[in-house]
Structure formats: C-alpha cells, structure tokens
Design a protein around this ligand. Structure first.
Ligand code: ZN
Ligand code: ZN
Length: 409
C-alpha cells in the first residue's frame, strides 16, 4: 500500500465577509477533496502545537515527525540543500541576496533589480575561496538569491544578519549572539567575506556592463538566516519507505533532501502561483509507481494569503482540486492512503501565518470514516480525528498502511 501526502501551503484561513463568511477553502468548489473528506477521516491539525505559529520550515519538519524544537537551527541549511548545495553536519549555512550598494555605502536595492541571469558566473568567483581557514561555498538560486555555506572548524550560527531589510541604509554589522569564540570567528569571516566580495564584484566585467546598460549592479551580499547544519533523522530509514518529494520551492526540496528523500525536479514547478499544477500531478501520479510515499507540495495558496487575496486563493484551491480527481478511489487501481492538509494556516486577513489549526483528511479504503462530507475548517472540526499534532500524522498514516509495529507484546 502506498501513501500520497498532499500539502497545500498556508491552506487554513478564517471566515471572510467577501466570501459570505466562509473561508477560501469552504468557498471554493472542490468536489474531489469533498469526496475524499466524505470517504475518509477528518480533523484539525496543530502542526507544531496549539497556539504556535509555524514557519514553513519548522512546520514541514513536524509533519514528517521530526521535532523542530530539537532539530531546527535556522532556514539557511534547508535553502542551501534545496538548491542542491551539498551541506554537511557542522557547516553553517545562510541565505544570501545579491544587492546593490552605492559609492557611499548605502544599499540602493536589496535585490539588485531582481537580477535574473548571470549570477552563476558571479558565485563562481567565490566558490571554494578560503578565509581564515574557513571554506566558502556559494551557489546561485532563483533570481537574486543564493546560498552561502561556511565550512571548517570552530563555526557557530549565533551571528546576526547584515541585511537592514530596507533600502537607503548601510548594511548592518555582523554581531555575535552569544559570547562564544565560535560566534566571534564566524562574524569575522562573514565581515571579511562581504568586504572582499564587494571589491571583487564591483570590478567584474559583468557589473561594468550592467552599469553601462543602466541596470543595477549586483555588487554586494546581504546575508541572513544562519543555521548550523543539523543531523536529521533519515526519513526513509526511519519509516522504511522509499520516498519522493515533489515541490517547486527550494525550502521544501531542502527539507526533503535533508531528510533523505528523492527529489524529483522539473523546471515547470515554480513554487509559486504560476506553477504548472497538471505537470505536478502528472509527476505525482507517475511517482506513485516507483515510490512507497509521495509528498507533493503546493505553494500558491500561501502566496495568495500573504497578498491578502481570498478569491484568488479559493480559485487556486479549485485548480488543485481538479487535478486531484485522478487519485480518487474510483479512478485509481492501487490501494492508496491519502493525506491532504496544510503546513499551517495563513489567513488572508493576517497576510501572514497564524496558529489556527489546519483541516486534515486521512483516507484509506477501509478507514473508520466519519460523517464529514466536505473539506473545510468548520467541517473538519466535527471529524473523528479530532485535534491532532503534526508529529502524530505519520503514525496515523502508517497505521492505515498497516505498517505500525506493536508497542509491547
Ligand atoms: Zn508554509
Ligand atoms: Zn508563508
């Protein structure tokens, strides 16, 4: 028996006047999710815990049964792993942006005009460089983004960022967040790296050409999200399931990769609202032949929430619903356990994440179905799964797959 786990990022929401007092999920016309809800078990999921607002990174760890309080050190390692930078336990990883700084040392654009092309050429100038015995690893991501990894002895993630998060200011100094020697050393290496990078970047033909063309130069690194790479449990070994991760966003691929999942890449999966949902679910369908467990992540719902667009969020949910039809029991031959949920709520009225629990469906052919008939926050509250914690759901899915070992004799 195989497991399909579909996560709609930021799925949960609150009632919205514009939608007649319904949430976007309740407002959306979702015959296929409703069918699954009516055949399955429903509940509300506190992904990390009641009253805790998850980030997407900590939320996904919890959904896979990994305690974020124990393992989460920062976003950097997941972003780095997500774009394919091989990270090792003990490395300190950061998210970085190419930015534009003027001759007076003022950040004029935090994203170097959302530069699209040529950043691979720029990162190659620094990749492998050593500063005070610490190796610099750099890899370009999408647009102005890149990941930075420091590798060597005596490093720490207890350092602040240099990103002022507004334009028209000087970059911040890297500060230590504790009194350790390691934090001091890390801050020094970062400071030296940023200064050195600034002078090298300004002299590149690439940036000279950009200047001539009236484009913003990519001549500075803003660095944030420090995290020491943790040793995470290997998901496949833990659960003995060959696992595929299908996601567009680097963060989700990073979480999957660090947990030992197989990452299925396709450039048409953008991790945004413009992703090709048909392709995503074609890949999902195919992956179910090759893997025991397929995790499919959909980001667009959260993006519409952050933009405060409930109607668009509902429309996007409808598009996802359409693609899910092929997994309904009448349309698929194999026995599938299906879980559908979100990684957290993102109410459009908050334009951010909230601690509200998210609805979850767990379906298997002979599960103890309840009398919930639609997928939605209000309906799910009446389901027989009640209130669950994120860390519990893998066990519940494995029970449906008949893979849970007896505790005791
Ligand atoms: Zn999220
Ligand atoms: Zn979000």
């Amino acid at each position: 028996m195989k497991l399909l786990f579909i996560v709609l990022d930021g799925l949960g929401d609150r009632p919205i006047d514009e939608l007649g007092g319904k949430t976007p999920l309740e407002y959306a016309n979702t015959p296929n999710m409703d069918k699954l809800a009516s055949l399955g078990m429903n509940g509300l999921l506190h992904v990390i815990g009641p009253g805790i607002t998850p980030g997407s990174d900590t939320a996904h760890l919890a959904l896979f049964g990994v305690d974020p309080f124990e393992y989460y050190t920062g976003r950097g390692p997941f972003e780095a792993a997500g774009i394919g930078l091989e990270v090792k336990e003990g490395d300190v990883a950061f998210r970085t942006n190419f930015a534009t700084i003027n001759n007076n040392g003022i950040i004029t654009d935090r994203r170097a005009g959302r530069i699209r092309e040529g950043t691979e050429e720029l990162v190659a100038l620094f990749n492998g460089m050593e500063i005070d015995g610490i190796k610099i690893l750099l890899k370009a991501g999408t647009e102005h983004r890149a990941a930075l990894v420091l590798r060597g002895e005596g490093l720490s993630d207890k350092v602040s960022e240099n990103d002022p998060h507004v334009e028209g200011k000087e970059p911040l100094e890297f500060k230590t967040l504790d009194n350790s020697y390691e934090a001091k050393k890390t801050a020094e290496v970062l400071t030296k790296f940023v200064l050195k990078a600034k002078s090298i970047l300004s002299e590149t033909d690439f940036n000279k050409k950009r200047k001539e063309d009236g484009l913003l130069q990519a001549n500075y690194f803003l660095i944030r999200g420090a995290g020491q790479v943790p040793k995470l449990p290997n998901f496949e070994k833990e659960y003995c399931l060959e696992t595929a991760c299908i996601a567009g966003g680097g963060l989700y691929k990073g979480v999957g990769r660090m947990l030992g999942m197989h990452i299925i890449e396709d450039s048409r999966l953008t991790g945004g609202t413009n992703t090709d949902l048909k392709v995503k679910f074609d890949i999902t369908y195919k992956a179910l032949q090759d893997y025991d467990f397929v995790f499919t992540h959909i980001k667009g719902t959260d993006n519409f929430s952050h933009d405060g667009k409930p109607v668009e969020k509902a429309k996007f949910i409808e598009m996802v619903d359409k693609e899910m039809k092929r997994f309904l029991p009448d349309n698929i031959e194999r026995d599938l356990v299906i879980m559908v949920t979100g990684d957290h709520s993102s109410p459009c009225s908050f334009k951010d994440h909230s601690a509200d629990p998210v609805p979850i469906i767990v379906y298997s052919k002979d599960c103890r179905k309840d009398d919930v008939e639609k997928f939605g926050e209000t309906y799910a509250a009446r389901g027989n799964l009640g209130h669950l914690m994120g860390k519990d759901i893998m066990g519940i899915a494995l029970n449906e797959m008949r893979l849970v070992h007896k505790f005791g004799s």
